[in-house]
Design a protein around this ligand. Structure first.
Ligand SMILES: [Zn+2]
Length: 482
């Protein structure tokens, strides 16, 4: 069962599954409510969303404070979540996503709430209705043995790692977050996070953001508390536990614009240190192209398991041991996950339909990194990618691929070709101005394809619809740009 579990782990990580180059203490409610960028109007009908059963438009989240106690021997999790949120409408019900874990008790603003759990939802009901636009606090205690959530893309979320099976990895994109905490599981519901993980002495815990405190408890366990002001979507929140070698650099030590911390199993230290060594240079290069790095810290975690692909968890991307060969054989993916911190994480999606904005951009960043290293020009890589695309079926509209195909390789490659076509049409100066201002305009928020096209037109003063739309919305591949 352990071997089987680890083998299936390879299929659970959809982000960047391809590599072409193989040729906070909770913020005060008043402050964060305005800064999350998460003010998404509750639509009359949200069934147009790709996964309407995930997430709720009844409220928007401001901050999660999660206190988790995890026993690696029994794989048992005791959780205590305090969620600060604001209602979008008058309601007595608060709907959260939580899968395979049992709620013991729940309160809203100190009043007991009735809980009904079914089909991955925990629905809380209180006697007194909450008004529209009312800030409120949910307090939930829950427990169980967390396991990945079954999704159309395989089992995704909290999983176990290591030869002793006593480590933890979280890779939730797109629907796995409810496997470990009650959340509003929409890509555009962004919040601040404070996460405390209690593990036995000798084990380590990592989470998004910055380590605030590492405190030994009387029973011999250790509490690790991290804070990330975000704002961050639930699918990008992560916890990793296990035995790690840590490597931390202050911003000035290595030329990185922000503190950098990596973690990997000790037996992979030499390989990982070498394969991740150019991250500071990547950070500087991408900051020069895309604008300042959007978060307070960055790093990579290598888990003791084989992953099908790395994942861009916010401020702390995750790689499998199979991505560290000691020869930088997966450096393309190191660049891809870093680029997602701008495009995908800082600028998020209003819905999964627009995922080319994540994957096309991160794939194009792979080509930009190659160009920077003097290996292959983006133009040569785009040409190679276009030829491969032209030999595949022409039946996908990458701007609206359908929910079952959001991780189709063609979205990554054709999305990057779309950006290359734009670059050729605009020239480098205008093209990179579009990329930088796109991030700047939507930093910390969520956006969609129409907004991107409109943005590019405004910034350049040129009509671009006839150039961009065929790449995104025609099934037939446009001619290679010259
Ligand atoms: Zn990706």
């Amino acid at each position: 069962m352990r071997n089987g579990g680890r083998a299936s782990l390879r299929d659970r990580f959809p982000c960047s599954r391809r590599a072409l180059l193989t040729a906070a203490a909770a913020l005060p409610l008043t402050a964060t409510a305005a800064s999350t960028g998460g003010r998404t109007a509750a639509p009359e009908d949200d069934t147009a969303r790709y996964f309407p059963r995930h997430g709720s438009y009844g409220h928007r989240t401001v901050a999660y404070d999660l206190r988790l106690s995890y026993d690696p021997d029994t794989a048992w999790l005791d959780g205590h979540a305090t969620i600060h949120a604001v209602t979008n409408r008058c309601t007595r019900r608060v709907e959260l996503d939580l899968a395979r874990l049992t709620v013991q008790s729940a309160e809203i603003d100190g009043a007991p709430a009735a809980v009904r759990q079914r089909d991955g939802k925990a629905v809380l009901t209180v006697e007194r209705a909450l008004a529209e636009e009312q800030p409120f606090t949910v307090d939930i205690r829950y427990s169980g043995s967390p396991r990945p959530v079954r999704t159309p893309f395989g089992a995704i979320g909290w999983d176990r790692t290591g030869d002793d099976y006593d480590g933890t990895v979280v890779a939730s994109q797109p629907l796995g977050a409810p496997s470990w905490f009650p959340c509003n599981d929409r890509p555009d519901d962004k919040a601040a996070y404070t996460v405390t993980v209690v593990v036995p002495d000798g084990h380590h815990a990592l989470a998004n953001g910055t380590l605030h405190e590492r405190r030994a408890l009387d029973d011999g366990s250790v509490a690790w508390t991290y804070h990330h002001p975000g704002p961050m979507a639930s699918y990008l929140a992560a916890v990793y536990t296990g035995r790690f070698a840590h490597e931390t650099h202050h911003a000035d030590d290595n030329g990185s614009p922000v503190p950098l911390r990596n973690a990997y199993p000790a037996h992979l230290a030499d390989r990982a240190r070498h394969d991740l060594a150019r991250q500071p240079e990547m950070l500087r290069h991408f900051a020069a192209l895309f604008g300042p790095y959007p978060f307070e810290t960055y790093g990579a975690v290598v888990v003791d398991a084989e992953l099908a692909a790395p994942v861009e968890n916010q401020t702390l991307s995750v790689f499998g041991r199979n991505h560290m060969d000691g020869r930088r054989g997966s450096e393309t993916l190191v660049a891809h996950e870093l680029a997602h911190q701008w495009y995908g994480n800082s600028v998020g999606l209003t819905d999964w339909q627009h995922i080319w904005l994540n994957e096309g951009f991160a794939t194009y960043a792979e080509w930009l990194w190659s160009e920077h290293l003097g290996e292959y020009d983006a133009h040569d890589l785009a040409g190679q990618a276009w030829r491969e695309l032209s030999r595949k079926r022409q039946n996908l509209r990458i701007g609206d691929p359908g929910r079952s195909r959001i991780f189709d390789d063609r979205i990554y490659v054709r999305g990057a070709c779309t950006l290359h076509a734009l670059r050729l049409a605009l020239g480098d100066e205008h093209f990179f101005t579009v990329l930088r201002t796109w991030h700047d305009a939507h930093r910390g928020g969520s956006a969609d394809t129409e907004a991107f096209v409109g943005h590019a037109e405004r910034v350049t003063g040129r009509p671009l619809t006839t150039l961009i739309r065929p790449w995104l919305f025609d099934r037939t591949l446009p001619r290679f740009p010259v």
